[in-house]
Design a protein around this ligand. Structure first.
Ligand code: UDX
Length: 436
């Protein structure tokens, strides 16, 4: 099939390359010329495992192109809308300006019978509005939310755990669903369930999925607060809860909480939309989920202060991690960086290191000191804070070797990912979050 992908960020660039890899003829369109230049040369403009290879293969096959000219979308059978929907400045609601601009720019190139498939995360009701705006062109709007995780984006796009397609009622909707089945044929062959819904349900699935995931993380972090008060261990609690298959262990990772370009802003936008609909109370708990999550950052900072006996000013603190999670260079709403910035605000001499996100972190927070190398960050540290669970820190950091580098053997494990006994055995004062 011929496809266009409008918006080539984390979502669109991966989607375009993945669609080309399964045999479609794809053009990616973005207004950011630098991003397009990188993609054209086969370089992902952000850190995403396996994406460079997929881009190179797609470009070499001739089935994948990138451009900043919207006219290139003309002639595609399916146009995927994959632009960002950030948080609106000064509000909790989603900022739909990029969606609106992309739709306006695309409309002149839509032909009767084309499909416009929305993938961006939008407040429920947005799709109905877009459907109305494109209806004079004779194109049909469907909603096809994306559930990819950064760091696993290629895998999640090529072998998704489900495909959700919201379609309009009637014959148009049936034809659209059939066409999308063809588009995703490879994923369906490997067993991905294909769920056809109305437009509003498809929009809701995405918001609800992220709300659920955020709630799960905040639930275990709320338990960490209680565990800490009574001297229990939240990681053992999570293991025990996780054996109940109705609960499951995944996404019960406690620590400094969630961040990134999706969960925080999506739960806020979801709650804001519910309020507009007069049903804010139904998701009032999301405010609590957000508050629990933000409290974790306070708690991590306080733990470092306590570990240094309240004397933070002038001490050297090594912050291991800047990205909001491993296998990513994304620092949007990163709890890791926030902890670093706040410690620096308290007068600590903070040195941040991260295997992928340093360039982004430097650009956003030039006031912090950075070390390209983990050991350089550890050297002379009075305290170490692990805030992004890269293997480099979680698996490959030896307590004795690290101990030889630091000034004082104090470690705060903001991701509860280290084995406390091996660190204590090497004479470290180990502090987990909600762990004995
Ligand atoms: C998330 C959803 O997983 C994805 O389906 C959706 O499309 C976009 O948002 P992503 O933001 O890439 O994806 O990352 P994810 O792996 O879900 O992690 C989100 C945040 O939660 C990270 O900051 C991570 O560190 C944190 N997290 C995750 C925890 O604190 N504990 C966990 O157990 C899991």
């Amino acid at each position: 099939m011929r496809m266009s992908v409008i918006g080539c960020g984390y979502l669109g660039a991966v989607h375009a390359a993945a669609m080309a890899s399964i045999g479609h003829d794809v053009v990616g369109v973005d207004v950011d010329a630098a991003r397009i230049a990188a993609l054209r040369s086969g370089r992902a403009p952000f850190f995403e495992p396996d994406l460079d290879d997929l881009l190179a293969a797609g470009l070499a096959s001739g089935r994948l192109r990138f451009t900043d000219e919207m006219s290139a979308a003309s002639g595609a059978d399916i146009h995927f809308l994959a632009v960002g929907t950030p948080q609106r400045p000064g509000a909790h609601a989603a900022d739909l300006r990029y969606v609106d601009a992309a739709v306006d720019a695309l409309v002149p190139y839509l032909r009767p019978g084309d499909l416009l498939a929305g993938k961006s995360t939008v407040p429920v009701g947005t799709a109905a509005g877009i459907a109305e705006r494109i209806s004079p062109s004779g194109a049909v709007l469907v909603w096809n939310p994306e559930f990819l995780r950064e760091g696993w984006a290629v895998h999640d796009t090529i072998t998704p755990d489900r495909i959700v397609v919201g379609v309009p009622d009637g014959a148009d909707g049936e034809r659209a669903a059939t066409r999308l089945r063809e588009a995703y044929g490879t994923a369906l062959e490997s067993g991905a369930p294909f769920l056809v819904t109305d437009l509003a349900t498809a929009e809701l699935v995405k918001g609800a999925a992220n709300a659920f995931l955020a709630t799960k993380v905040s639930f275990i972090n709320a338990m960490a607060e209680i565990a800490e008060a009574v001297g229990a261990d939240v990681t053992l609690l999570a293991d025990a809860l996780g054996h109940d298959t109705r609960i499951g262990r995944r996404y019960l990772g406690s620590g400094i909480g969630f961040g990134g370009g999706c969960l925080p802003k999506d739960i806020r936008a979801f709650a804001a939309r519910a309020e507009e609909l007069g049903h804010g109370d139904a998701v009032g708990f999301l405010r609590e989920v957000d508050a629990i999550n933000l409290r974790r950052r306070d708690r991590a900072v306080q733990m470092v202060v306590d570990a240094l006996d309240g004397r933070v000013h002038g001490t050297r603190v090594a912050v291991l991690g800047a990205a909001f999670k491993p296998f990513s260079d994304d620092i949007r709403d990163s709890p890791a960086l926030e902890v670093a910035v706040r410690l620096r605000g308290l007068g600590a001499d903070v040195v941040v290191t991260d295997p992928a996100a340093l360039e982004n972190a430097r650009a956003l927070h030039p006031q912090l000191a950075y070390a390209d190398d983990r050991d350089e960050a550890l050297r002379g540290a009075d305290a170490v804070v692990l805030v992004t669970e890269w293997d480099l820190y979680r698996r490959e950091m030896d307590p004795d070797r690290a101990g030889a580098l630091v000034a004082r053997r104090i470690i705060v494990d903001g991701r509860n990912c280290l084995d406390p006994s091996s660190w204590r055995a090497a004479d470290w004062r180990y502090h987990g979050m909600g762990r004995r």
